[in-house]
Design a protein around this ligand. Structure first.
Ligand code: CUA
Length: 362
């Protein structure tokens, strides 16, 4: 039944609507990519995981290498595409003019020199990339000179981040989750662990990825050159909710950081009288969550002592407002299927009481 199908023309017809569409799409994609690369920093504010515009010393050395490899890749694509188009154009015009009909197979002289030139250029570019990579690895993997202003221990869990602020004085230590506050311009040392599988700590604007490996302790250092909220993301596939294992780094002036730290050190300051809401929370949620100053002392889930001071909930998946908080407590499996927080099957009035109590944890 081959005769039922349209016969493909032997030579692509440049007037074909399909080819024109493909040409237009390729051209517009290329133009978009080039323009996007040239856009000023502010235009990239909506790309929270952008690693090409950075605000931390360790990310800056990586960004230089990333820009270089991106530029080289674009240049290679342009050169190869240009040479291919010139070759096609020259062959077409020659065969059409001199040899109408079928083009003969020929082996022109001097073609091998192109291979030498190509391999030579490739080797130089790869060597430069390799040396630059080694230099970048050395600069990002070694501790900075001098002691760190803040020391953190961050443990990856499926699928959230436990953040412990370390201090030689035990009374000055405290724990939070999924939101890391740091003082601007200061070096923060982070010890990385995992409670289960391999995760990877990554704040693209501040530093490259460092893995969290079971049974092992890794170290990284971050610093922010200017105040801001920098998004972080688990960089290693770790199960069903890997994509929803995010966090935020809030960099603020040292005074503001100190105020935040002092507030976090306090036990829970619920502004509602201890009663049904707190009792329900302790019996239903306290097995997994801690609220310092109450009988809720679970360690399986995030510490909720000052949960309302955080911008996001569920590992930076939802904004922290009464609506998403209520939806999360009512049915966490609907929002992050497979996560380890069970559905509690609270009645409507019970849910309202628990929500009222959680909302009081400033
Ligand atoms: Cu943790 Cu991916």
């Amino acid at each position: 039944m081959a005769g039922d199908f349209p016969v493909t023309p032997a030579r692509p017809n440049s007037d074909s609507p399909l080819l024109r569409l493909v040409d237009r799409r390729c051209a517009s994609a290329l133009v978009f990519f080039v323009l996007d690369s040239l856009l000023p920093e502010a235009a990239h504010a909506e790309a929270p995981l952008n690693y090409l515009f950075t605000h931390g010393s360790r990310a800056q050395s990586i960004a230089g290498l990333a820009w270089f490899t991106t530029a080289v890749s674009i240049l290679v694509i342009l050169i190869v595409t240009g040479l291919m188009l010139v070759g096609i154009w020259r062959a077409r015009s020659r065969f059409v003019a001199e040899l109408p009909g079928e083009a003969p197979v020929e082996r022109p002289h001097g073609g091998v020199s192109w291979i030498y030139i190509g391999v030579g250029i490739t080797t130089i570019v790869l060597l430069v990339t390799m040396v630059w990579t080694f230099v970048t690895l050395a600069s990002t993997g070694n501790p900075p000179p001098g002691p760190a202003a803040v020391r953190l221990e961050i443990t990856g869990h499926q699928w959230w981040w436990e953040v412990r602020y370390l201090n030689d004085e035990p009374s000055q230590q405290f724990q939070t989750a999924n939101e890391i506050h740091i003082p601007v311009g200061k070096v923060v040392e982070i010890t990385l662990r995992t409670a289960d599988v391999i995760h990877s700590f990554w704040v693209p604007a501040l530093a490259g990825k460092t893995d969290q490996i079971p049974g092992q302790e890794n170290h990284t250092w971050i610093d922010a050159k200017r105040p801001g909220i920098y998004r972080g993301q688990c960089g290693e596939y770790c199960g069903q909710q890997h994509a929803h294992m995010a966090f935020e780094v809030v960099a603020s002036a040292p005074d503001d950081f100190e105020r935040w730290r002092t507030q976090q050190l306090q036990p829970a300051r619920s502004n509602i009288a201890a009663g049904a809401g707190q009792d329900l929370f302790i019996t239903h949620c306290g097995i997994c969550h801690t609220v310092r100053g109450t009988a809720a002392a679970g360690i399986l889930g995030p510490d909720l002592t000052h949960v309302m001071s955080r911008r996001m909930i569920a590992a930076a998946t939802l904004p922290n407002n009464p609506g998403s908080l209520g939806a999360w407590i009512a049915d966490p499996q609907h929002i992050k299927p497979g996560n380890y927080m069970p559905r509690l099957d609270l009645s409507g009035p019970q849910l309202a009481l628990v929500l009222q109590y959680v909302k009081s944890l400033k």
